[in-house]
Design a protein around this ligand. Structure first.
Ligand SMILES: [Fe+2]
Length: 280
């Protein structure tokens, strides 16, 4: 009889603690705390669905962009919600899950979301041909000529067994051709991606059936956005960042007081002469 109040007190204490935990969990869910997905969004297509026709049809682009790519983004969001990938960038999620068999599904969808967004940015109407400037010099230096690069790229894309991707990357600072199966991506190997071509069958089968090499050659000849590819070079990125910093700095820096005073005096003097001329 003497222990009954103690048991009762313990029961009340445990019930109270459980209630507090439930309320805290409900509050966290309500606020999105611990339930945040990684930063995957369906990136906008930088051209219309029909813009790459006749090389890639509107129907093929619609399926690729609005079904396949959108599906990877949706699954990447769902699979990373409430995990330690919450709040991370696609690149971070790829590095965190690469080689982890337990998180293969997260890696596959994260890498496919990243790869597709990159691929769509690599294309543009009226694109293709050979690059210019620093990128052209680097390709010539690594492959001997642009034609040699093109041959190596098309050959590697054709040799990739099954589904996958063909890439131009920087490996130790030098341009190189890289191919990966399924969702594999240069990001997972410490390589710098420059150009991606999707060689999954869903990418070309509707327009090219089994002619994968023809599809890859057509992309290189007519669709590659070499300005985007060149912008991925670390040297170009550094230049862009420096230019943006300079612009912000110029906008934020107040005018030199002496220069401002001189300019004001000159303006006043000019105005005075103008007045004299007008009155004269
Ligand atoms: Fe694809």
């Amino acid at each position: 009889m003497a222990s009954y109040p103690v048991k009762q007190r313990r029961f009340v204490l445990r019930a109270s603690l459980l209630s507090v935990c439930i309320l805290a969990a409900l509050f966290m869910v309500q606020c999105g705390i611990g339930n945040e997905p990684a930063h995957f969004v369906k990136e906008p297509l930088p051209y219309t669905l029909e813009a790459l026709s006749p090389y890639i049809s509107a129907q093929a682009m619609d399926l690729h962009y609005n079904k396949h790519y959108a599906g990877y983004v949706k699954k990447a969001i769902a699979l990373t919600r409430g995990t330690d990938c919450g709040g991370k960038s696609p690149e971070e999620v790829i590095r965190m899950t690469s080689g982890d068999e337990d998180r293969q599904a997260i890696f596959n969808n994260a890498a496919q979301a990243y790869n597709h967004a990159f691929f769509f940015n690599c294309l543009t109407p009226e694109g293709g041909g050979a690059p210019e400037g620093l990128l052209a010099e680097m390709i010539d230096g690594a492959f001997g000529s642009f034609e040699n690069f093109k041959e190596a790229f098309v050959s590697a894309a054709g040799a990739r067994f099954g589904s996958g991707w063909a890439w131009l990357v920087l490996e130790d600072g030098q341009p190189a051709v890289f191919t990966g199966s399924n969702a594999d991506t240069p990001i997972a190997h410490g390589l710098v991606p420059l150009l991606a071509v999707d060689v999954w069958e869903h990418s070309y089968y509707l327009d090219y059936q089994n002619r994968r090499a023809e599809f890859v050659e057509t992309v290189l000849d007519h669709l590659v956005n070499w300005d985007f590819v060149a912008s991925q070079l670390p040297e170009m990125e550094a230049q862009t960042e420096q230019a943006e910093t300079d612009t912000e700095s110029d906008a934020a820096t107040p005018a030199d007081p002496q220069e401002a005073a001189s300019a004001a005096a000159a303006e006043e003097e000019g105005s005075s002469h103008a007045d004299e001329a007008h009155h004269g």
